[in-house]
Ligand binder design. Structure first.
Ligand code: IMP
Length: 427
């Protein structure tokens, strides 16, 4: 009864979509367990190229069941747009189930996300503006609205009325903006609810049955460990739990069922939004990586900050996730570089350190200590096997594996599913 968690090891955008799509073909159940449409997964498969935000990548395998779990923050309008776009391209979505416990992103969450960012001024986090932070703080404040609430119109109207009264007070008194219209919001959301109703179900019995029957469950991570609310570069983080433990909790699966924790890492580093990134390259090499890797956000289109692979940050991810294996993606993006660097330690205020500092201000002062390696100046995209890779590329991967302390089970050398090399190290 394999339960496989696929988690981003860096600041998101590690290429999880492709790895998940690849593994989803063999999974019976695929669960999205946290985050919302602030995530964007690009999937390229025989049906075409897709940018998914909420729908689990298992949707392309009609034989697998897809679940949006209780840990997700769900904007129903965005989900419906995504479902419509999939239908237009001939992808069936009957196999999608949404837990009634999933929290709803409401229009005032989007508004508050924007207003709070404006108020932060130069300290802005650079959120995706999808209302995810405000949705989660209402969840923690026990005043959120659930997908299950959409199934009872009267109760939903009452709850929206209470919520919008509180939010309108905040909007008018603190931010000096117009109040929100609870009645209009409730009517619109009930229309979304009517369309989503066939998908709303109890996810726990489904998962329990799958575990009992020994079926394969894939937990699809969103964002990345360094954006995790507890373990990331706080406050420059997202508001969900992006780790293996967070996925298990967000799906509603007990930890003893986990069999494989796969950490996805780009062969380099990228980050969108604000916050420290010690190996960021503000030069031609950084630009080369961004251009060659088309490093622009799937959700917001923002250019991503690019830099060398950071072993210190990666080890922090390994500690808090306990990965069995790594998937190293986008090795081909480095094909044309003459020299490569890997950050093995930091220098902080004149001292060499090998841990990932808690304080964002300290991390911002860290200078990377690099080891240089020769490039391979060969296209790796045609490799079908680990043995086909040029020696310098293999040495690069081996250095990363040894420094991080976890074997690489998969290596990505292109966007398509088949451009993935299996090393045999995947448990
Ligand atoms: P939020 O999740 O929209 O609140 O944004 C908080 C921070 O997380 C910002 O720096 C975003 O750019 C970043 N972020 C959120 N989701 C993703 C993602 O899927 N990939 C990369 N960065 C993300």
């Amino acid at each position: 009864m394999p339960v496989i968690a696929v988690v981003g090891g860096q600041w998101g955008d590690e290429g999880k979509g492709k790895i998940i799509d690849l593994l989803a073909g063999r999974a019976h159940v695929v669960v999205r367990a946290q985050g919302g449409d602030n995530a964007g997964h690009t999937v390229v498969n025989p049906q075409g190229k897709f940018a998914l935000h909420l729908v689990p990548a298992g949707i392309f395998n009609p034989a697998s069941e897809c679940v949006i779990g209780p840990g997700v923050a769900l904007n129903p309008e965005i989900l419906l747009q995504e479902l419509d776009a999939l239908h237009e391209r001939g992808v069936t979505t009957d196999n999608l189930i949404i837990s009634g416990r999933t929290h709803l992103v409401m229009p005032y969450h989007l508004l508050l996300d924007r207003l709070e960012e404006e108020q932060r001024g130069s300290g802005a986090i650079g959120t995706t503006g999808r209302g995810i932070g405000p949705t989660y703080y209402d969840k923690v404040g026990r005043s959120g609205l659930l997908v299950g609430d959409l199934l009872d119109a009267d109760r939903f109207r009452d709850k929206v009325k209470a919520a919008t009264q509180r939010k309108s007070f905040l909007l008018e008194r603190i931010y000096g903006v117009r109040p929100v219209d609870g009645e209009a919001i409730a009517t619109r959301y009930l229309e979304f609810g009517a369309r989503l109703a066939p998908h709303i179900a109890e996810s726990e019995p489904l998962l329990e049955r799958a575990l009992r029957d020994g079926r394969t469950i894939l937990l699809e991570g969103a964002h990345g460990t360094l954006l995790d609310l507890d373990h990331g570069t706080y406050p420059y983080v997202t508001t969900s739990s992006c780790t293996v433990a967070g996925l298990l909790n967000g799906a509603g699966i007990g930890p003893r069922h986990l069999t494989t924790a796969l950490g996805v890492f780009k062969a380099y580093t990228s980050r969108v939004g604000a916050g420290p990134m010690p190996t960021e390259l503000d030069d031609e090499t950084g630009e080369h990586i961004r251009d060659r890797g088309h490093e622009y956000g799937t959700t917001t289109g923002r250019p991503r900050r690019c830099g060398w692979f950071d072993v210190v940050a990666a080890r922090h991810s390994v500690i808090v996730n306990g990965f069995h294996a790594l998937a190293i993606t986008r090795l081909d993006i480095l094909d044309e570089l003459d020299e490569l660097k890997v950050c093995l330690a930091y220098e902080l205020d004149g001292q060499q350190i090998d841990y990932f500092p808690t304080q964002a201000e300290e991390l911002a002062r860290c200078r990377p200590v690099y080891e240089g390696l020769p490039g391979w100046s060969t296209a790796t995209g045609d490799a079908h096997d680990w043995k086909d890779l040029p020696t310098a590329a293999k040495d690069y991967v081996k250095l990363v594996e040894a420094a991080v302390g976890v074997p690489a089970g998969l290596i990505g050398v292109g966007q398509e599913r088949e451009k993935t090399l299996f090393t045999g190290a995947l448990p």
